[in-house]
Write a protein that binds this ligand. Structure first.
Ligand code: IMP
Length: 308
């Protein structure tokens, strides 16, 4: 697996400022499979050999000067590990992602998520037709097809993300109708609908009020669409907790997480917990530990070869 980055010539002075050895003019970078944020830089140092030349030539965007400069000489290869952000800053590559959403809360979460990959996130706004579908994935695919028509720079990527709150006792309502429900009955309306579901016993109470956020993220790049899905289980609180959150955040309490960041059943002691506080009242960084959107984006990124 090779990322896009290695296919671009690396200015010698930039690499020299980061690496503790002399080198010639190019580096190729390979993602580290066990750690998506780490990369190995295969830096051309000394004289080139056949395999690196072949590698550079087979890259989809082979540096035009690579073949001329390296010819068919020999050279040793040095493989220091540098992280993705360093690689992108070396290469001067900033990938741009246009996020089709009217929701600035989502833009903030996506920026927070993608900055580690050296990807800038800009908001893309237009009146997308919202298809009447019962699946988040169908909605996301339809929006991405509409948004692709607006792409001005073919290097840019488009992100669409559709999410919803699914309340067990309401047969998944509001689900794909979440925006509509929020605008009409709002958080207080949801609390009213399940107001009769309560118990002194916290585990019973939590199970009665069980709900989950689901998100589907779809990314368009070079004519291809990749989909990632994420779920955040939890429960509906008894009151509305105000803070920096948006949408249904004020009434949603995420399930605790185990040491690996995976949700655990109600009543078990979690390694990570909001201690009964809603998404709406905890800071964004803390919400990111649980977020369905973050899970959908992670699942998406794991399928993108160019990000490892
Ligand atoms: P959409 O995917 O942006 O259409 O979201 C549907 C509805 O769910 C909107 O009203 C959002 O405000 C709400 N929503 C989506 N994600 C979240 C979240 O992370 N927290 C709270 N509400 C959300």
């Amino acid at each position: 697996m090779v990322v896009n980055a290695p296919k671009i010539p690396v200015p010698k002075n930039k690499v020299n400022s980061l690496l503790p050895f002399p080198l010639e003019k190019y580096a190729s970078i390979t993602p580290n499979i066990s750690d998506p944020t780490a990369f190995t830089a295969n830096v051309a140092c000394g004289e080139p050999n056949h395999s690196l030349i072949a590698n550079l030539r087979h890259a989809p965007i082979a540096p035009p000067s690579a073949t001329t400069i390296y010819g068919f000489m020999k050279y040793p290869k040095i493989t220091p590990s540098i992280n993705h952000t360093q690689v992108l800053s070396i290469l001067g590559v900033i990938m741009r992602l246009l996020f089709l959403t009217t929701n600035l809360g989502k833009v903030a979460e996506a920026r927070n998520f993608f900055q580690r990959y050296g990807i800038s996130v800009d908001q893309l706004e237009f009146d997308a037709v919202e298809p009447q579908a019962s699946e988040l994935e169908v909605v996301a695919m339809s929006k991405i097809e509409q948004a692709a028509a607006f792409l001005q720079d073919s290097e840019d990527m488009i992100l669409v993300e559709d999410a919803g709150l699914f309340v067990d006792s309401l047969d998944g309502f509001p689900g794909v109708y979440s925006s509509y429900a929020l605008e009409t009955i709002g958080n207080h309306g949801i609390l009213k609908l399940i107001g009769h579901l309560k118990s002194e016993d916290l585990v019973i109470d939590s199970n009665l009020r069980r709900a989950e956020f689901r998100a589907v993220a779809a990314l368009y790049k070079d004519g291809e669409i990749t989909i990632g899905e994420g779920v955040c289980p939890g429960r509906i609180s008894h009151d509305v907790g105000e803070g920096e959150g948006f949408g249904f955040d004020p009434i949603f309490i995420p399930a605790d997480l185990d040491i690996d960041g995976e949700p655990i059943p109600f009543g078990e002691m979690g390694h990570t917990s909001t201690h009964g506080r809603q998404f709406g009242v905890i800071p964004l960084e803390q919400k990111q530990l649980y977020s369905h959107r973050k899970r959908a984006l992670l699942s998406l990124v794991s399928k993108l070869d160019f990000l490892g």
